[in-house]
Write a protein that binds this ligand. Structure first.
Ligand SMILES: Nc1ncnc2c1ncn2[C@@H]1O[C@H](COP(=O)(O)OP(=O)(O)OP(=O)(O)O)[C@@H](O)[C@H]1O
Ligand SMILES: [Mg+2]
Length: 566
């Protein structure tokens, strides 16, 4: 630092020099303002520049100083070489700082291009709005008017800046008021603003409609004589007694939310309302200067609620009747199938007796063709018995009465029996029926129910198998007993794989293939009850493979809800 080394004498001399220059500058300013000088020298990047003030008459200068608008004279490049006190006041900077500075530097950055454009369009007397950057950091909106003038052949600019702050504030107030009005007018709710005396001073469009008359200047309770209703929940705070009480509560500083009330407007009808009220605190947070009350018409909602409740109770009654009817149907099914079973069994016994008569030694041989006809009747009888049994099972399963009797069973033996029973039927259909068994497969199962499962699967394979070979396999897979029934018939589309295991669900054409859609449902119920599962692998036209997996002897412990046989 060079000046540190300087002697006190040199420093003193420098200070004196600077003081002299400051004094000179102040004097110059005073002289310019008072009109005592005609020119100033500005030091800038282009070196020293002299601006003459000769043209400015003293009286004009005094006038300019007295103006409330900011006024400045600029060189064509925008350098301020004179401005009045009002201009300095606008930007809240000392006059000395302004002289010699660029006007554009005083403009908020966002507005700098606008200001620059105004200065370059000077010829026509350009006008526009910009924000000036005040010395305290604030922004001052101004209206700038730039005019060109010639002083003794020198081109100069004359700028007048009008403060728009006040006007902007007013515009903001007007805009806020407009916003409040539009909010009030668009609100679906009736909204009113009351003064400290409870008189309505603002009202939304809906409030006018709800009141049925102009509510302005009326007391709230006169315009809206609502009757608060006791709350449904007895633990809730009880609402004010009347409309006056609602306004009073809010004016006393309390907030009420969703008070249910009724407004009886005589001929115009009764309105169900939800009323909310809140105080309007004063500027300094002292006592409320008024309150805002909102009235929401919930008559429509109430009507819908009542309608919904009415419908709901009708639906409930219908469901009860339906359940009753279903119970009745199940009972009927159960009784009817029991009643059908008895004569059917007797019929089959008689047919067996008839067949035996013809075959015993010494008996008259049966008339030609009669045996076949009796056999045919027997087959139909078996089919009928099968249907009746299925119906019986439906009611058993539906009422949770499908009882299982567990015993040690060989799945392979049961499968063989079922296959043998179906030999005749397979022959009639020209189907090659094979069984492959890998030794006994033991488990604790219900023998006759297992028989039923295999029967249902095998009769499906014969029915839907198009006469192509059918194979039954019994073995073990992954520690579980496995039964598979394979055919090469019409097959089942993947989207039907789940559905066909449901009650009365069928995927094949009803006219081509008879059936009630019960066989697989019953099979699945039994298999599930035995702790196993059943599924199908198939595609349309590719035949089907039904797989049943059952817990084998090792893990067939206690099954839920199953009574083990003694
Ligand atoms: N092996 C199969 N091949 C092709 N489709 C089958 C086969 N097994 C069952 N389905 C389809 O699954 C449906 C349901 O079978 P399910 O055994 O439950 O009823 P059903 O055979 O129609 O009548 P039933 O009550 O007499 O058994 C059948 O209608 C058929 O569309
Ligand atoms: Mg079936």
């Amino acid at each position: 630092m060079a000046h540190r080394a300087e002697s006190p004498t040199v420093v003193r001399r420098r200070v004196a020099e600077l003081e002299a220059r400051l004094h000179e500058a102040e004097e110059t300013l005073r002289a310019i303002r008072g009109g005592d000088v005609d020119a100033i020298v500005v030091y800038g990047p282009q070196g020293e520049r002299v601006f003459t003030l000769r043209g400015a008459e003293h009286s004009y200068r005094v006038l300019v100083e007295a103006m409330s608008e900011g006024a400045a004279t600029l060189s064509v490049d925008g350098t301020i070489f004179y401005c009045n006190r009002a201009f300095a006041g606008l930007v809240r900077l000392p006059l000395e700082r302004l002289m010699g500075s660029k006007l554009v530097d005083l403009v908020a950055p966002a507005d700098a291009p606008t200001a620059q454009a105004l200065l370059s369009r000077r010829g026509s007397g350009a006008k526009g709005e910009v924000a000036l950057r005040a010395g305290d950091g604030g922004a001052v909106p101004v209206y700038l008017s730039v005019n060109e003038m010639r002083v003794d052949g020198d081109e100069m600019l004359c700028v007048v800046a009008t403060d728009l702050s006040e006007q902007k504030r007013n515009e903001e107030i007007v805009a806020a008021e407009k916003l409040a009005r539009s909010v009030l007018d668009q609100a679906a709710e009736a909204i009113v603003v009351c003064d400290a005396a409870g008189r309505i001073i603002r009202a939304s469009q809906s409030a006018h409609v709800l009141a049925g008359a102009n509510p302005l200047q009326a007391r709230f309770e006169r315009a809206f004589p609502v009757q608060p209703l006791p709350p449904e929940d007895p633990d809730q705070q009880s609402p004010p007694r009347d409309a006056a009480g609602i306004a009073l509560a809010a004016l006393e500083g309390r907030t009420l939310r969703g008070v249910e009330a009724r407004l009886d407007r005589g001929g115009a009808g009764v309105f169900e309302l939800q009323v909310s009220a809140a105080p309007l605190p004063g500027a300094r947070g002292e006592q409320a200067v008024g309150c805002v009350i909102t009235l929401t018409d919930i008559s429509e909602r109430r009507r819908h609620e009542e309608e919904r409740e009415r419908l709901l109770s009708r639906v409930e009654a219908l469901v009860l009747r339906l359940q009753d009817a279903l119970r009745g149907r199940d009972e009927f099914l159960s009784i009817a199938s029991h009643e059908l079973k008895t004569p059917l069994t007797a019929l089959q016994l008689h047919l067996d007796g008839l067949l035996r008569t013809g075959s015993r030694e010494g008996d008259e041989p049966l008339q030609a063709g009669l045996r076949e006809r009796i056999e045919a009747v027997k087959r139909q009888g078996r089919r009928l018995a099968h249907l009746v049994n299925d119906l019986l099972d439906v009611s058993r399963i539906r009422s949770g009465r499908l009882d299982l009797t567990l015993a040690d069973v060989d799945l392979a033996a049961v499968a063989r029996e079922v296959v043998e029973r179906h030999r005749g039927e397979a022959q009639l259909a020209g189907t090659d029926l094979a069984i492959s068994v890998d030794g006994p497969v033991l488990g604790r199962w219900d023998r006759s129910r297992l028989d039923q499962v295999i029967t249902n699967l095998l009769s499906n394979a014969l029915k839907y198998g198009k006469g192509k070979p059918v194979a039954v396999e019994v073995g073990e897979a992954a520690g579980r007993a496995r039964l598979a029934v394979r055919d090469h018939g019409i097959g089942i589309a993947p989207e039907d794989h789940d559905r066909i295991f449901h009650r009365f669900e069928r995927a094949a054409s009803g006219t081509e293939f008879g059936g009630m859609g019960l066989g697989l449902w019953i099979a699945r119920e039994i298999v599930n009850r035995l702790g196993g599962d059943i599924r199908v692998e198939s595609a349309l036209g590719q035949g089907a493979r039904f797989l049943v997996d059952l817990p084998s002897a090792r893990d067939a412990g206690a099954l839920p809800g199953v009574e083990p046989a003694a």
